[in-house]
Design a protein. Structure first.
Length: 475
């Protein structure tokens, strides 16, 4: 319903905020107000944390098999409510409907089911006598209440990435979605309430101040954020006051390194798809191409052709790859990067707004940039791919690593030896070979340097949400 007032979800029910301030939720495809959300107060956050703490007393003692059954039930419920979730998210993100269904909901369900099974296979050091007359073993225990903050680029997907390992570990949750994209997460919590005990999964709405209150609350043992590097630094500073753990998946500036021996057509198609998908609003997006100089002009022409063949438009259009940028401020930021390009750079495709309504930007390829240019060093987070030539493998490694970020990368080559060298020398948490952007639940996702620390997905994520206790007994 347009302009619907939204509430928090605490202790198994919708609950009005104690505060009086609100913010509009805007459909970025139409620039129309679609909902009004509260700016939750410290008291709202405290209410949610206390509900989670009460629920942990019993949830933390459930067996892994019990949690697995409930999590698989939640996966089934998400599938059953897919239409409602798609509609709720599209109102807030403007993403293509098929993309939300196929690239978020279907994959999120798979990841939830993975963690449901992973709950039953936590590992530790085997019990034994490591000192004479003493037997030692380890206990892998849930942390307790965890605080989670999700971004606006994949609201539902990111919420599931957060809650799945926490639920599997036996933790209870207070999650704050991005202020511009609350609706699918709020609906997820309502769906989960039909399956999970009250208080296990709570949602508070609001912006930076609400996030600060959540990160600074003394009860949560961990705060997990997916967002910008700036936001990550702020959360880490706030969390340090209570010495809580931080799990930070932050920005990226992923290089895609293309050698002359690569299949250039496949590389251009793969990089364009990985760079423009979701309007480039992906920390792992292939946004920074480094191409061997001997084929640079040929490759740029192929990449520009891919860009010109890529469409953006409203959620209902089945032929578009991506929708609008998420909000007016971000829209202005991305256009600002293109407006302020240095004289030595040239736009080979795109570079402009699409239409006069909604935050749509054309698929853009920029050639001639230099390593110190802002558009190379800073995260644009839009449908913009820059291209730089390199002369040899050593220079390619140097240019690739010479940014503040370290989340993801790819290398495109027919040489197995060269590809293996780059898996060792690239300073990024993921290295793809002749592909870019696929993720699977069984393997970790997370970065280095200003891209943060901690891993999503895989058993490594599950370990993030547990603590290890040593038990020693005299014979």
């Amino acid at each position: 319903m347009p302009n619907a007032p939204l509430s928090n979800f605490v202790d198994g029910e919708l609950r009005l905020s104690r505060g009086s301030t609100t913010h509009d939720v805007i459909d970025p495809a139409t620039e129309e107000v679609v909902a009004v959300a509260p700016d939750s107060t410290e008291q709202d956050v405290d209410d949610a944390v206390r509900a989670a703490a009460r629920a942990f007393k019993s949830w933390g003692r459930t067996t892994p098999s019990e949690r697995q059954t409930l999590m698989n039930g939640l996966a089934d419920a998400i599938e059953a409510h897919a239409d409602d979730l798609v509609a709720a998210q599209a109102r807030n993100t403007g993403q293509p409907l098929a993309s939300i269904r196929d690239d978020e909901i279907a994959v999120a369900v798979d990841h939830l089911r993975f963690f449901a099974g992973a709950a039953r296979v936590l590992e530790g050091i085997g019990a034994g006598e490591y000192a004479e007359g003493l037997t030692s073993y380890t206990r892998r225990e849930p942390l307790g209440v965890v605080a989670q903050i999700t971004p606006w680029n994949y609201p539902l997907f990111m919420a599931v990435w957060k809650i799945a390992p926490a639920l599997a570990a036996g933790d209870t949750i207070v999650l704050k979605p991005a202020p511009s994209t609350p609706e699918s997460t709020l609906l997820l919590a309502q769906i989960a309430a039909e399956i999970l005990p009250a208080g296990v999964f709570n949602v508070v709405l609001g912006g930076a101040k609400t996030g600060e209150a959540l990160a600074g609350h003394p009860v949560p043992a961990l705060v997990s954020l997916t967002g910008s590097t700036r936001a990550g630094r702020a959360v880490a500073r706030t969390a340090s006051d209570t010495l809580k753990r931080c799990h930070l998946e932050l920005g990226g500036k992923a290089p895609a390194i293309v050698f002359a021996d690569a299949d250039l057509d496949a590389a251009a198609e793969g990089i364009a798809g990985a760079g423009f998908f979701n309007a480039g609003q992906d920390c792992t997006a292939a946004c920074r191409v480094l191409v061997e100089r001997s084929v640079a002009d040929e490759f740029v022409a192929k990449l520009a052709a891919q860009a010109r063949a890529t469409r953006t438009g409203p959620p209902s259009d089945p032929d578009v790859l991506y929708g609008p940028l998420n909000n007016a401020a971000h829209f202005a930021k991305v256009l600002g990067f293109l407006r302020d390009l240095p004289a030595h750079a040239r736009i080979e495709a795109g570079g402009e707004r699409v239409g006069d309504r909604g935050y749509f930007v054309a698929p853009t390829v920029v050639f001639g940039v230099r390593q110190n240019d802002a558009i190379v060093q800073e995260e644009v987070f839009g449908p913009v791919i820059t291209v730089q030539p390199f002369d040899d493998a050593d220079q390619a490694v140097t240019l690739a690593n010479d940014v503040a970020y370290g989340l993801a990368s790819s290398v495109w080559t027919a040489s197995h030896a060269l590809a293996l060298r780059f898996t060792r020398e690239l300073d990024f948490g993921t290295v793809w070979i002749n592909t870019h952007i696929p993720l699977v639940a069984e393997f970790p996702h997370g970065g280095f340097k200003s891209s943060g620390y901690g891993k999503d997905l895989s058993h490594y994520a599950l370990e993030e949400y547990t603590r290890v206790k040593h038990v020693m007994s005299a014979h």
